[in-house]
Design a protein around this ligand. Structure first.
Ligand SMILES: *[C@@H]1O[C@H](CO)[C@@H](O)[C@H](O)[C@H]1NC(C)=O
Ligand SMILES: *[C@@H]1O[C@H](CO)[C@@H](O)[C@H](O)[C@H]1NC(C)=O
Ligand SMILES: *[C@@H]1O[C@H](CO)[C@@H](O)[C@H](O)[C@H]1NC(C)=O
Length: 209
């Protein structure tokens, strides 16, 4: 009995010691393929403090919805590998909207910056939860739900977003409906929009059919 316990204890200690570094973090080796369990780890001998710093969190040119967004996710910030979150920041000019979209399996935290940012989500029983946030307010969007935001005040609005996935995907309703080859007659049946309106939106979002 006692030798068995000693053996088990020793075995445990060895296991803990040999994995101590590897378990602290796993910086993504972006030269390898992403897998459902994340990227393989970059070799520990090549890791420096700079692997933990992201210096490119800069707003790009406005996108097709006129918002400027910067993202730090595992694909451009490999230190996020295995950590289960990513970060984005956005800036909206007066009147600009972040369109209705969702992130499958991903919850979101919104941290409001300057300006009047109005944001909301729609629960699966179609109740709208919407609020104009004050600077410093934190708003939570439960995973998988459709949500949106817009600048409801004067001047620019800024906000920070934390997503509960290191490589989140995004599905935008406008693009799902009008940015692909889904046949107009099907869109007509499902949205009750008339054909001319559908064609107009397909032209805007570069869809066809
Ligand atoms: C470390 O980085 C160097 C330079 O990029 C590379 O040649 C070497 O193979 C890397 N070592 C390991 C163990 O990955
Ligand atoms: C984006 O801004 C431009 C210039 O102000 C405007 O013409 C365009 O309609 C806007 N697009 C959207 C989706 O609001
Ligand atoms: C935000 O909304 C409040 C209340 O309506 C208003 O007093 C304030 O001027 C607005 N701020 C901006 C930047 O639009």
């Amino acid at each position: 009995m006692t030798p068995t316990i000693f053996f088990l204890f020793g075995f445990l200690l060895c296991t803990i010691n040999s994995h101590v570094v590897a378990r602290d973090f796993c910086i993504a080796d972006l030269n390898s393929r992403d897998t459902p369990a994340g990227y393989p780890c970059k070799s520990p001998t090549n890791i420096t403090v700079d692997d933990f710093v992201f210096s490119n969190f800069k707003l790009g040119k406005p996108n097709q919805f006129n918002s400027s967004v910067a993202t730090a996710y595992v694909g451009n910030f490999p230190a996020l590998n295995g950590l289960g979150f990513s970060i984005a920041r956005g800036e909206l000019e007066e009147g600009v909207t972040i369109p209705l979209h969702l992130h499958p399996d991903t919850s979101e935290v919104v941290i409001a910056g300057s300006g009047n940012y109005t944001t909301g989500f729609i629960s699966s029983d179609n109740v709208v939860y919407m609020k104009t946030l004050a600077e410093g307010d934190i708003f939570v969007i439960p995973k998988g739900l459709l949500h949106f935001g817009f600048n409801s005040g004067k001047g620019k609005v800024s906000a920070l977003f934390v997503l509960s996935h290191e490589n989140p995907s995004i599905q935008i309703v406008d693009l799902a409906l009008f940015g692909n080859k889904l046949d107009s007659s099907i869109i007509q049946k499902t949205t009750f929009l008339d054909d001319a309106q559908i064609k107009k939106l397909k032209a805007l979002f570069k869809g066809s059919g």
